[in-house]
Design a protein. Structure first.
Ligand SMILES: Cc1cc2nc3c(=O)[nH]c(=O)nc-3n(C[C@H](O)[C@H](O)[C@H](O)COP(=O)(O)OP(=O)(O)OC[C@H]3O[C@@H](n4cnc5c(N)ncnc54)[C@H](O)[C@@H]3O)c2cc1C
Length: 395
C-alpha cells in the first residue's frame, strides 16, 4: 500500500487520535471525522501501562504526558472495611525498568489534548468536527464514509474508532446488543488539597468487598484524586459518562466501608457525582471487511476491571499501522491486523470480566483466600504489560 494512501477515521477519541498520529507518522494521508462540536474528553482519570506508553514514546509525546501525569509507587489491593492490604503491584521505576516504558495515570482531558496536538502538528487540518458517521460503502478500489449532514468522504481505508455505540461496527458486523452486567460505575475527582497531608501516601488502591469495589488513584502530579467505584445494581441505567446521580446515593452505597473511602466521598462536590452502566457486548464475528476495520471500544468493548480499554485501542492503532505499512493488498492487511489482535484483546476482555468475581467476593475470608492464590504483580507483568505493539511478531 502506498505511503500516500488516504485513511479515513471515524471518531477522535483516544483510539482514533492515536491511530491518526501513528498513520501520519508512517507517511499516510489521514482525515478524522468526529461527531462532537469540539475536541475534548470527560473529567476523569485513565491509566496507561507500558503496553500503551511504548506507543506514546514512538509518537514523541511520552515526556509531555509524563509531565502532566502521576506515576504511582504501587497499587494496593485492600479489604473494603479494614483496609488490610491483600497484595500490591509495583508500578513506579520498577514497571519502567521491567517493561521499558512507564505506568502513567492521567487526566483524560490532558491525554486527549496532547494526542490531538500531535495529530495537528503532523497535519494541521486532519480533524473535522461536527461530523457524525452514519455508514459507509465500499466501491471499486476504495471506501466512502457517509456523514449525517449528507457529505460523503472517499478514501482507501476506513477505520471505525467511534466507540461502544459505533456506527461503523453496526454496518460492518451488525447490531451488537449490550447486555447489562448488573454493575454501574460511580466516578468523581477531588482536589487533593481537601485531604490531610500525605493522604493514602500517594499510593493507588483497589478496595474490594461484597458486591462492590472502588479504585482510587492520583492525577496531575498528585494534585487531583480520581475515584471510580463499581457497584452491583439491579436497576438498568444508561451507558453514559455524563449522567449525574445524587451524592447521597453514593454515600449510602458505601455504608460500612473504610473511613478513607468516606473521606473521599465527603470531600466530593455534591453535584459532580456521575454514574455509568457497565455493559458487556457479544464478540463480533468479524472486525474487518475489504476496506473497513474497527479499533478500540468499537471492536472489543470491555469492562474496566483491568484498566485496559484505552490501552487496547492504543495497541490496535500501532498494530494496524504496521500491517498497513507493509503494503500489498488492503483486505489482507486488515485481516492480518484482526488476526494479530483477536487473541490478545479476547484475553483482556475475559480477564477483566473475571476480575468482577474476584473483587466482589462476599466475605473477608473468601477475599483473603482468593488473593492468596494469586500473584497479580507477576501475572500482569508476564503477559499484560510485557506486550509491545511496536515490535510484537505479526502472524
Ligand atoms: C469507569 C471506566 C474506567 C476506565 N479506566 C480505564 C483506564 O484506566 N485505562 C484504560 O486504558 N481504559 C480505561 N477505560 C476504558 C476506556 O475509557 C475506553 O476503552 C476508551 O475510551 C476507548 O477509546 P475509543 O477511542 O475506542 O472510544 P471512545 O473513547 O468512546 O471514543 C470514540 C469517539 O468517537 C466519537 N464518535 C462516536 N460515534 C461517532 C460517529 N457516529 N461519528 C463520528 N464520531 C463518533 C465519540 O464522540 C468519541 O470522540 C475505562 C472505562 C470506564 C467505563
Amino acid at each position: 500500500m502506498g505511503g500516500q494512501s488516504r485513511i479515513i477515521i471515524a471518531g477522535a477519541g483516544l483510539g482514533g487520535l492515536t491511530a491518526a498520529a501513528c498513520l501520519l507518522l508512517a507517511g499516510f494521508d489521514v482525515e478524522v471525522y468526529e461527531q462532537a462540536g469540539e475536541l475534548g474528553e470527560i473529567g476523569a482519570g485513565v491509566q496507561q501501562s507500558a503496553n500503551a506508553t511504548h506507543v506514546m514514546r514512538h509518537l514523541g509525546i511520552l515526556e509531555e504526558l509524563r509531565a502532566v501525569a502521576y506515576q504511582p509507587p504501587v497499587t494496593e489491593f485492600r479489604i473494603y472495611n479494614t483496609g488490610e492490604v491483600l497484595q500490591a503491584l509495583s508500578l513506579a521505576e520498577n514497571h519502567e525498568q521491567r517493561h521499558g516504558a512507564p505506568y502513567l495515570q492521567m487526566h483524560r482531558a490532558d491525554f486527549h489534548r496532547i494526542l490531538a496536538a500531535r495529530v495537528q502538528a503532523l497535519k494541521p487540518d486532519a480533524i473535522h468536527l461536527s461530523a457524525t458517521a452514519t455508514g459507509y460503502r465500499e466501491q471499486g478500489e476504495g471506501v466512502v464514509l457517509q456523514l449525517a449532514d449528507g457529505r460523503e468522504v472517499a478514501g482507501d481505508v476506513l477505520i471505525g474508532a467511534d466507540g461502544i455505540k459505533s456506527a461503523v461496527r453496526r454496518q460492518l458486523a451488525g447490531e451488537a446488543a449490550p447486555d447489562y452486567t448488573g454493575d454501574a460505575a460511580w466516578r468523581l475527582t477531588v482536589p487533593v488539597a481537601r485531604f490531610p497531608p500525605d493522604f493514602l501516601e500517594g499510593k493507588s488502591s483497589i478496595w474490594v468487598g461484597p458486591d462492590k469495589h472502588a479504585v482510587v488513584y492520583f492525577l496531575r502530579g498528585g494534585s487531583l484524586l480520581n475515584f471510580v467505584a463499581c457497584v452491583e445494581l439491579d436497576e438498568w441505567i444508561e451507558e453514559s459518562w455524563t449522567l449525574k446521580r445524587p451524592w447521597a446515593e453514593l454515600k449510602a452505597d458505601f455504608d460500612g466501608w473504610h473511613p478513607d473511602i468516606h473521606a473521599i466521598i465527603d470531600a466530593a462536590d455534591r453535584d459532580e457525582c456521575y454514574r455509568w452502566a457497565l455493559n458487556i457486548y457479544p464478540d463480533l464475528a468479524r472486525w474487518s471487511s475489504q476496506r473497513a476495520t474497527l479499533i478500540g471500544d468499537a471492536a472489543h468493548p470491555t469492562l474496566p476491571y483491568l484498566a485496559q480499554g484505552a490501552a487496547m485501542a492504543v495497541e490496535d492503532a500501532a498494530v494496524l499501522t504496521r500491517c498497513l505499512q507493509e503494503g500489498g493488498d488492503i483486505a489482507r492487511a486488515l485481516a492480518r491486523y484482526e488476526a494479530a489482535r483477536r487473541a490478545r484483546t479476547g484475553r483482556i476482555v475475559a480477564e477483566s470480566r473475571a476480575n468482577r468475581g474476584l473483587f466482589h467476593l462476599e466475605t473477608i475470608q473468601a477475599l483473603r483466600d482468593a488473593f492468596a492464590k494469586r500473584d497479580m504483580d507477576r501475572e500482569r507483568s508476564d503477559w499484560l504489560y510485557a506486550y509491545d505493539p511496536l515490535t510484537v511478531e505479526l502472524a
